[in-house]
Design a protein around this ligand. Structure first.
Ligand code: PGA
Length: 251
């Protein structure tokens, strides 16, 4: 049986400040919840990256990156800048980026490659809308989102990647996919990776996180599913007690 180290990732979105970052790191480090089997990641706003205590056992990530190397792109941030800020992970293709900022599958794929080739770890978000789920298009949508990235990437770009399955209808709504529903979709994603030659060999070791209203009270059930290897947590990651509870549920 393949052991995949559980990753509990905090996506702070446009929330959080230095005080929250400091208290979150000290609570996580002092609780001793990070181990060989559990990894913790915080993706705060860009302005907090420099304030992150590099002595912490928690990993640091960014929520977005430009697909361009440098140049006249006002308001954007490059992968080299994130590397210098000691980021290890970068979230890419979050549904809020896809929907609010019109990031297409193509742009997401370019960003994924940009992250991987800089030696950082992409957290590739996938997910369907409620309408797509109700019309039975979930698998088709996810397969398309994966295929766009596979087409633009090389085998090596996948080596350190993580996938986050985030049903859009469950994000920030308090509605969670049932553990069985999430498991079925995660298994589909893993099978889909196995079916492509570029991702065939990493399908088994790929960590597939669940995102969408993961909370202390549903984390154990979700994380105990065979193909759920962690969580990408929004709302519940803004409270140190909730986030610690989810980390404990993972261990
Ligand atoms: P949520 O957000 O946990 O608040 O639903 C998850 C996410 O968008 O990553």
């Amino acid at each position: 049986m393949t052991i995949r180290r559980t990753l509990i990732a905090a996506n702070w979105k446009m929330n959080g400040d230095i005080a929250l970052l400091d208290s979150m790191l000290s609570v996580i480090d002092s609780e001793g919840v990070i181990s060989d089997t559990v990894e913790a990641l915080i993706c705060p706003s860009f302005t907090l990256l420099g304030a992150f205590d590099k002595q912490s056992n928690v990993c640091l990530g960014a929520q977005n990156v430009s697909q361009h190397d440098s140049g006249a792109y006002t308001g954007e941030i490059s992968i080299e800048m994130l590397k210098q800020a000691a980021c290890e992970y970068v979230i890419v293709g979050h549904s809020e980026r896809r929907e609010i900022y019109a990031e297409t599958d193509q742009i997401v794929a370019e960003k994924f490659v940009q992250i991987a080739r800089a030696g950082l770890k992409p957290v590739l978000c996938l997910g369907e809308s409620l309408e797509q789920r109700e019309s039975n298009f979930t698998e088709k949508v996810l397969a398309q989102q994966i295929a766009a990235v596979i087409d633009a990437s090389d085998v090596n770009d996948w080596a350190h990647a993580v996938i986050a399955y985030e049903p859009i209808w469950a994000i920030g709504t308090g509605k969670t996919a049932t553990p069985e529903m999430a498991q079925e979709t995660h298994a589909f994603i893993r099978e889909n990776l196995r079916s492509h030659s570029k991702t065939h060999d990493i399908a088994e070791t790929m960590r597939i996180l669940y995102g969408g209203s993961m909370k202390p009270d549903n984390a154990v059930d979700l994380l105990s599913q065979a193909d759920i290897d962690g969580g990408l947590v929004g709302g519940a990651s803004l409270d140190p007690n909730s986030f610690i509870s989810i980390l404990k549920a993972a261990s």
